[in-house]
Design a protein around this ligand. Structure first.
Ligand SMILES: O=P(O)(O)O[C@@H]1[C@@H](OP(=O)(O)O)[C@H](OP(=O)(O)O)[C@H](O)[C@H](OP(=O)(O)O)[C@H]1OP(=O)(O)O
Ligand SMILES: Nc1ncnc2c1ncn2[C@@H]1O[C@H](COP(=O)(O)OP(=O)(O)OP(=O)(O)O)[C@@H](O)[C@H]1O
Length: 491
């Protein structure tokens, strides 16, 4: 990219999250990722540069090691002309969802990250003229805490995502509770994964987006977004899955197209581009970690049928979901066990503030930082070193709990021998595909107290409302059966 000759007209709004905003180049396969801040929160350019460089280093030295070379794209920090950034900011403003406008794009430093456009297939520097479909999933935390420090019994039965849904609906973030449960997606079982993906398609929230030729065609921006329209989605997808057009329209067609999509995504998620290499971490909840969340409708139906989930994960060891889950499990103690250790580090830093640098709280995220993360012991010897290792592991785990997976699919000819990339088949077509992971920014040390409070809020709200409701239903049922006995007695 020639940073000297930047033209805002060549770039278009692509998407944004809570902390960054992304624009895509119209011709080339690249995006620019800018940081966002609340208005009036000015940061020095040097600080922004360092923040972005930390993101690159963390991806390179930590996440690439854990998740694998093929899945992680680190990008590079670029310095752009300030005039270009200002014009770009004005150009895209009207396309931004209202709910994200509480923060402004950083137009003062001129720094941004330049990354490959993951909504396009890799290995091509230029936008292909073949159609491209891209599915982005933010799977969230795929395990139930197994730590002995957990004090709320419900946390051993219901996953955080499912509990959090109730608080999100109560606070108006989303309109309705999703049937999606991350444990179903991470199960590796095809049927459960199909159920999880269908649930995401029914209630996408911020966990699913679909792009066609780089444009968002499915996914909701905020609670005010219109209800998901499967027939419109099927209309977009039909040429990909039924290219010879041998399928009439209508609900039957919609169902068939959605089924094909779900099957292809499942196959891609189970594919193993790292040839079985499990990565640097060897963690697992073992038999003590439940494999099914009690709140998942799939889990509930298993229970009603008297079936139990298999003891070990069905995910192949080299696939991205398996590796992401391993990194998430670096949260060995749960926030309840971690928080006192964070307080220990805090007390130390209050006494020795100059040590913050030596402890690598704000980087550098280098080889030494990575090596310390590999110590999985949970025996607390009372030292600051132990507390610090657990704090850093927790931050990495939280990052893996909030990242997204991008799957790009491009139809290929029946004879795919010329394809350099892996191929997945559906019943009527073949796709070259790529899988990547994005949003690998290390969670800040400062967010730990917030995590602690939020955890309490989620669990308390869930326990109060849902558990109370369940208890009421149970007691009504019990009462009914008592009444019933009385009636029978009379007869
Ligand atoms: O805490 P959670 O689980 O709600 O996750 C936050 C996400 O909400 P979600 O539940 O996915 O809707 C939240 O996503 P949204 O802004 O709601 O789309 C962010 O990803 C946030 O990360 P950060 O503070 O921007 O680094 C996420 O915060 P972290 O907890 O990952 O720091
Ligand atoms: N390299 C990329 N290629 C294509 N699209 C991307 C890329 N990076 C980000 N995006 C798009 O931009 C959106 C926002 O990016 P990202 O998730 O990194 O933002 P964020 O603010 O860090 O997220 P969060 O809300 O989780 O903090 C993504 O959901 C994705 O659609």
């Amino acid at each position: 990219m020639d940073e000297g000759k930047m033209d805002e007209n060549e770039w278009g709004y692509h998407g944004e999250g809570n902390k960054s905003l992304v624009v895509a180049h119209a011709q080339r396969c690249v995006v620019l990722r800018f940081l966002k801040f609340p208005p009036n929160r000015k940061k020095a350019s040097e600080e922004i540069f360092q923040h972005l460089q930390n993101i690159v280093d963390f991806s390179k030295n930590v996440m690439k090691e854990f998740l694998g070379e093929n899945y992680v794209h680190c990008g590079e920090v670029v310095q752009l002309p300030l005039d270009f950034v200002k014009q770009l900011c004005l150009k895209i403003q009207s396309e931004r969802p209202e709910s994200r406008c509480d923060k402004d794009l950083d137009t003062l430093s001129g720094y941004a990250l330049c990354l490959p456009n993951l909504a396009r297939l890799q290995t091509y520097r230029f936008v292909e003229h073949r159609p491209i479909l891209c599915v982005e999933i933010k799977p969230k935390c795929g395990f139930i805490p197994f730590s002995g420090d957990v004090t709320h019994e419900v946390k051993h039965k219901v996953c955080r995502y499912c509990m959090h849904q109730h608080l999100k609906v109560a606070t108006g973030k989303w309109k309705q509770i999703s049937k999606y449960c991350p444990l179903d997606l991470y199960s590796g079982g095809k049927q459960r994964m199909h159920f999880a993906l269908k649930s995401l398609l029914q209630e996408a929230q911020n966990n699913l987006k679909i792009f066609k030729n780089g444009e968002l065609i499915y996914g909701c921006k905020d609670a005010r977004s219109p209800v998901a329209d499967w027939s419109e989605l099927a209309h977009h997808l039909k040429p990909f899955f039924f290219p010879s057009n041998g399928l009439a329209g209508g609900p039957h067609c919609t169902g068939a197209v959605i089924r094909e999509l779900v099957r292809v995504i499942t196959r891609v998620l189970l594919s193993d581009s790292e040839k079985g290499r499990a990565g640097a971490l060897r963690l697992g909840p073992g038999p003590q970690g439940p494999r099914v969340c009690e709140a998942s409708p799939f889990g509930r139906s298993l229970r009603h049928q008297g079936k139990s989930a298999p003891e070990c994960s069905g995910l192949p060891k080299g696939c991205l979901l398996y590796k992401t889950l391993q990194v998430q499990m670096l949260d060995l103690l749960d926030i309840e066990g971690l928080y006192p250790l964070y307080r220990r580090v805090e007390r130390y830093l209050e006494e020795f503030p100059e040590e913050r640098k030596t402890l690598q709280i704000d980087g550098p995220y280098d080889e030494a930082f990575y090596q310390k993360l590999l110590d999985l012991s949970t025996e607390d010897d009372g030292t600051v070193a132990f507390a610090l290792t657990k704090v850093q592991q927790y931050r990495v785990a939280m990052t893996a709990k909030d990242c997204s997976v991008m799957i790009a699919l491009s139809p290929c000819l029946q004879d795919a021998s010329s394809e350099q990339r892996p191929v997945v088949t559906s019943s009527r077509s073949r796709f070259a595909f790529s899988v990547s992971v994005l949003d690998l920014d290390l969670k800040p040390y400062e967010s730990i107290p917030h995590q602690y409070k939020l955890d309490g809020k989620i669990v308390n709200y869930y326990s109060k409302t849902v558990h109370a409701k369940d208890a009421a239903v149970m007691s009504a049922r019990f009462k009914e059966s008592e009444d019933c006995t009385l009636v029978l007695h009379k007869v």
